[in-house]
Design a protein around this ligand. Sequence first.
Ligand code: SF4
Ligand code: SF4
Length: 287
Amino acid sequence: MTLTEIMKKHGIQAAGIPFGSCRLTRGYKLRSVGFEPRSVYFGLIPYYTRECDLPRSVSAYAVSKDYHLFIEETGALIEKEAKEAFPGAGFAVFGDSSPFDERDGAARAGLGVIGRNGMLITEKYSSYVFIFEIVSDVPPDREPVEPGRCPGCGRCAAACPFGMTGENCLSAITQKKGGLDEKEKETVLRYGSVWGCDICQEVCPYTAAAKKAGTIYTDIPFFTGTALRFPDEKTLADSDDFAQRAYSWRPKDVILRNIRLFEEHGTSPRANPDEGSGGREAPETNT
Ligand code: SF4
Ligand code: SF4
């Protein structure tokens, strides 16, 4: 069995390219691997569930339990199976805190293109994937390609609350510690999210196509069985559940502050008021 076949068994689409063709961003993370890296297998973990199509107050990636837990469990399992399939070979799994520019690497592995919104975009899942990788001394299974680019239709920039100018980001505002200023509060209230922002992904034509084809939906049980679309004071009081949610990387006060903001204004959060377009007005800074 090949490494990509092992990953496929776990619902992960993967491809391996030569180590030397990957862009290192934190090379020091490789110091402890204990072997000479020869290949990097980039894997796509689709996380978009049917629940993400329903009303929700959080970004799609935060609807199900935290993917770090999935990587922890499944990464260890894949590593074990890989060691059985390739006796004596070295494997090191990296998720999130990666030694590489993961989007660039996954694009070089031919798994998708780089979108104007900065995301890796795939035909099957659009941008609703987590990327992780396995560094190994087994050979790669393909030659790298020059990273492709999306067609640049501009819908993401037109729909972004900040025109994708890089000046600010709703996702960053919802995750910011401390208080929000009046303008930030207004933005959170207007776009209805208590955690994250999917606008530049929702409006992308790749997303519409992947939904139409039905390929966007993950069938990984970890994601399909753990949805929570409207975290509130009650669900957040469950410390065990909170610890397994993506928003627990910040103190609980951060998401609570956002939830209370809606309560104070007598409105309900809804991050995806109108599936597809988001039902939002385009900002004046459209490009
Ligand atoms: S919305 Fe258009 S420009 Fe933006 S990432 Fe998608 S294809 Fe590219
Ligand atoms: S996540 Fe939201 S605010 Fe941030 S760039 Fe995308 S559309 Fe703009």
